[in-house]
Design a protein around this ligand. Sequence first.
Ligand SMILES: Nc1ncnc2c1ncn2[C@@H]1O[C@H](COP(=O)(O)OP(=O)(O)OP(=O)(O)O)[C@@H](O)[C@H]1O
Ligand SMILES: [Zn+2]
Ligand SMILES: [Zn+2]
Length: 910
Amino acid sequence: QCEMEVESFVSKTLDLLQEEREAEIEETRLWQENISLKDLQSKGVCLLKLQIGSQSTGLYGRSLIVLEPRRHMGVSILPSNNFGPGDIVGVYDLDGCKPSSQVCTGVVTRASQSAITVACEDPPDRLNLDTELYNLLKLANDVTYKRMKKALTTLNGYSSGPASDLISVLFGYSEPSCELSFLNTGLDSSQREAVSFALSQREVAVIHGPPGTGKTTTVVEIILQAVKQGLKVLCCAGSNVAVDNLVERLAKAKARVLRLGHPARLLESIQKHSLDAVLAHSDNASIIADIRRDMDKAFMGMKKQRDKGEKIHLKREVSELRKELRTREAAAITEVLKRADVVLATNTGANDTGPLKSLPADHFDWVVIDECAQALESSCWIPLLRARKCILAGDYKQLPPTIKSQTAASKGLSVSLMERLVQNRGDSVVRMLTVQYRMNRDIMTWASDHMYQGKLTAHGSVEKHLLSRDLPGVASVEETCTPLLLIDTAGCGLNETEATDEQSKGNPGEVDIVELHIKALTEAGVKSKDIAVIAPYNLQVDLLRQRLSTRHPDLEIKSVDGFQGREKEAVVLTLVRSNRKGEVGFLAEDRRINVAVTRARRHLAVVCDTKTVTTHAFLKTLVDHMTQHGDVRTAFEYLQVEPNMHVCSCGSGPSTHSRPGPSTATEDEQRRTLVQYQEIKDQVERFLQDQDQAELRFPSTLNSHDRLLVHQVAEELGLNHESQGEGKDRFIVVSRPPAEPHQAREDPQPLQPAAGLEEERNSPDPPGGLFSQSATQMAKQAKAKGYFNFSLLGKTKKTKAGASAVVKAERVCSFVKCKTSVVHLGQLCSFCNRQYCLGHHIPEVHGCGDLAKANARMRISKEGVLYAGSGLKDKSVDPNRKAYLHRKLDSRLKDMEKQRKTKPKEKETN
Ligand SMILES: Nc1ncnc2c1ncn2[C@@H]1O[C@H](COP(=O)(O)OP(=O)(O)OP(=O)(O)O)[C@@H](O)[C@H]1O
Ligand SMILES: [Zn+2]
Ligand SMILES: [Zn+2]
């Protein structure tokens, strides 16, 4: 429809022009016929009775005729007139200005007061220089008309050319724009801004591209825009991989690219763009091949030839040929290089002893350097010296170039050109890309907040993506439905190795956990090629490879540095450091952690000792972020399912938890644990009230934290509790103790008011059978079932003796004033590491409540749904009752708080 409108405009306008032209001709005709020549002369369009002053040959072989007033009249000035250069005029004999009397036509080239010069295409021979007189008449100018007509005809058929966009805008097919037109129309606004900024800067533009923000996409657009403007671009990067990536993308966009560098180092798909390949297909190729063949022939001849004279002759020939070859090749290289719009090489490949030496020094208009923050500034200067303008792209918040000399690094060698410019010039030369296309939002926000001033946003296509969503064949299990999973080894005794080599660290315990998590992911259907295991230390990388590579050959296990520039659907990161001193060494480089975390697209699991790593402020932000926005598990959960690490036959969890996680539990989180505890307890109590029910089964879906609570509650109420089944199918059965001869309730010791649990114990009407057993009986029972055969988890692997030592050391309950023996029946508190009688072993009772809560918090998964002990949300719980429970707990929390504050006083009265 575009063509239609131009077409109709043209045909209509041609008609109108024709009409106008005819009107003009008609007017001239009327003048010629009806107006006297004298009148025409007074109108200034006619000059009468002129004589020819001179005649000569001008440009393009035309005759130049100078017409002047008659000399003998004594006046040599022309009457005033409108003749001027460019006017089309007719020269007539004195018969008048009729067509029949026209001598010739021409164009005025000069008009002065005394003469008019006319250039004639075809001057007749009959012009009489001296005697004849002529009339000069302005003619309607059909040149203009003809030119307009031609332009209109061209406009009609215009298909491609410089005016295409203009035509389109002037005929209203497209909007006029003051901006450049982007070749990639899918760019986001930060990328567009970066492109126009790069184009408008005179000397330098820095494109800051955080992970996954489409840095290459942006750089490619910038280069294509430069090519569109006819500029020559030299494009470099630190690594061959990065250069090849650019070659691929530019070639796809039909740019004339040329890749310098040894063909053996290039990707196969890139080889056809290499200098050698292009040369082989150039016009010079066959001549060069001929010369080579001749040279070979001469060489062979030289070898065979005995005759000395012949030999010398051949030698001379070879050297002639070699010279010829050199000049031919140089010419061919220059030609190929000049033809390319974009020449690509590594920074060092852009040196001027290589092919680039055959180009003039000012050949390139722009230099583009990608990955600029990962290269030594000095290496950037190799290409930089070749152009008047540079575009630098990269992310200085990722790892800088590796430098072996500590001294050199600390004195500034590791500062990249990009970093230096950002520091010195700031925003005036930098544009940042802010939409990222890689990470789930929960993974991204940590990096954004702590590395990129909170400026990043996640593109809609990735914002919420998870392993379980969209990835084919991946089942929805806990591990695949969470973008962030923190597996905390704090207090589990998974210490780092004390290697003699101080530089590298390993942590076999964390390798165990990683293995189990990889197992969970792959069992859920995540392909091992979509998972990366990243460790900051090479020793740990080795340990991980030894353990995992045979079973998962596609699993990539690399150091952080080795994974820069890459991405994976799932990343499992082990931070290795776990020591009492809280040393984090290598991990203290924020950019290393940033790189490690930002490789992950849908899932990031971090295995670490939060106790150790949170001594470092930046690492603490990561732990805090994951605690707040992700799932948190304690490594115990993993170690329990390991058969050879099984510590307790009842599966109730670790007996030792000497160091709880970061004790920053919020009120809210404390309440959540208590609610959970309360719900399990309610469930058990409901069971107790229902005499028809013989036993209460908790499903195997219960997580280990809830299982621990079940055991605790059952123990507290003097019930039997037993784990049955194997592995994943393990579940707990709670039942009443066998009906024994009734005995008086034996309430061990007054409970501490701060415990917050005694209320429940002393609740008005304890159901029948409750607390009816003597401690000794329970002990016998328990012992028979091996309930309390606890040992220290962390130490089981190393020194079993150590564990019993603790047990032996204490003969009576550690609770103040309690004298109950714990020799046969006692329980170790996981937090204070002391033995207590059954009445005092619950952390809340003897004063470890806060630690227990903090620990529990670590185990609660992110949803924070209130489980009714089943592992699934119990919708049957009456909302009114729930609200009541909440109010009850709230007031209890307040009481606890009050009591905590007045604790010292109470101790005195105790
Ligand atoms: N404007 C966009 N719209 C949609 N997807 C985009 C856009 N820009 C980039 N992407 C996608 O983001 C991913 C990364 O882009 P690109 O390859 O340009 O970046 P890179 O330079 O390789 O990586 P990084 O941004 O981490 O430096 C690619 O999958 C690309 O398709
Ligand atoms: Zn304790
Ligand atoms: Zn006691």
